[in-house]
Design a protein around this ligand. Sequence first.
Ligand SMILES: C[S@@+](CC[C@H](N)C(=O)[O-])C[C@H]1O[C@@H](n2cnc3c(N)ncnc32)[C@H](O)[C@@H]1O
Length: 332
Amino acid sequence: MIAEYRKMWEARNWMKKNEPFLPTWQAYVGYRLDLFEKISRGATIESLVDEYGYEENLLRSWADTGVVLGHLKKEGDKLVPSKKMLRFFSRKSDDTVGELLTELFEMHMPALMNYPEMIQSNRKEKFNGDDFGKTVAATSALIEKRAFGHVAAEIDAQKPNWVLDIGCGTGGYLMKLAKKANPGTFVGVDISKDCIDEAREKASKQGLDEKVKFYYADINTWDVPNGLFDVVMMNNLLHYYSPDARESLFSRVAELVSKKGTVIVITPLYLEKGGLRFSAAFNSFMEAHENLYPLPRKEELIQDAAAAGFKLKSVKTVVREGSWYCMSFSKK
Ligand SMILES: C[S@@+](CC[C@H](N)C(=O)[O-])C[C@H]1O[C@@H](n2cnc3c(N)ncnc32)[C@H](O)[C@@H]1O
């Protein structure tokens, strides 16, 4: 009897542990179909079914869940979104964080759910960055917002003429730096043509073509267009390199940066205090892919950099609970 009661209690605990997932799911579905926006124009279940051909009972259940959670309310037959859900989960809102949930539900969860099969079959998935380009760009931009202050402080201290961002993506850091009226020239290199095309377009729209240059190339083989750089950044790049290849990456950077230069590395760190849970989950996602690699541990990173002739200057927190840090190195 006691054993059975214990079993029921344990099951109840696991059920309760999963309950906090419900608001995330409700928000994700609302963002995915832009339902918060659609109901903001005054809609009922029936009018949504008529207009978009939605399955009525599924929609009703989603709406009922939203009411329970306070994400929406009912005024008669009409559904009304809360101000918060409309602000953060309407696709057209400047403040939307919906892509974060898209990343969770469409990239991370499927990979984590395939773990049993992958463990048994010794088969990993292949990450196709192009499928989730917009999602990854949006979530990276959130990190960029938090990390930019640290980068700007390094640049202010260094007053560089020639700055390189390896794996620059769509060039957010470089363009922000260029706009801050820094005197230097800012160079981005990325192996993704889509990213470089978008970065060039953005730079051109903002009149930054002269100050910011983008190159579509692999950093390992890139033919550097000019002399040594004063600052080299590698932001969220290390999980594209196997742990064995990271020392060579730093050696490559050592060839590109001047004697008094600075190397800035923004990255999640594995199992760093404060970010244990997030980094464990994020690392599991990396491990599920044959072309992504485990997150670096802080000590490993310092060792790889040291082997290539760099010493650690500073470690600044970007998102503590996300285990995200901004580290800077100088030549020994
Ligand atoms: C996660 S994104 C980070 C983008 C940006 N640095 C940021 O922090 O927002 C990593 C970028 O590194 C690029 N990348 C990966 N390997 C590379 C290589 N060998 N040479 C140049 N870029 C590379 C990818 O194409 C991708 O755009």
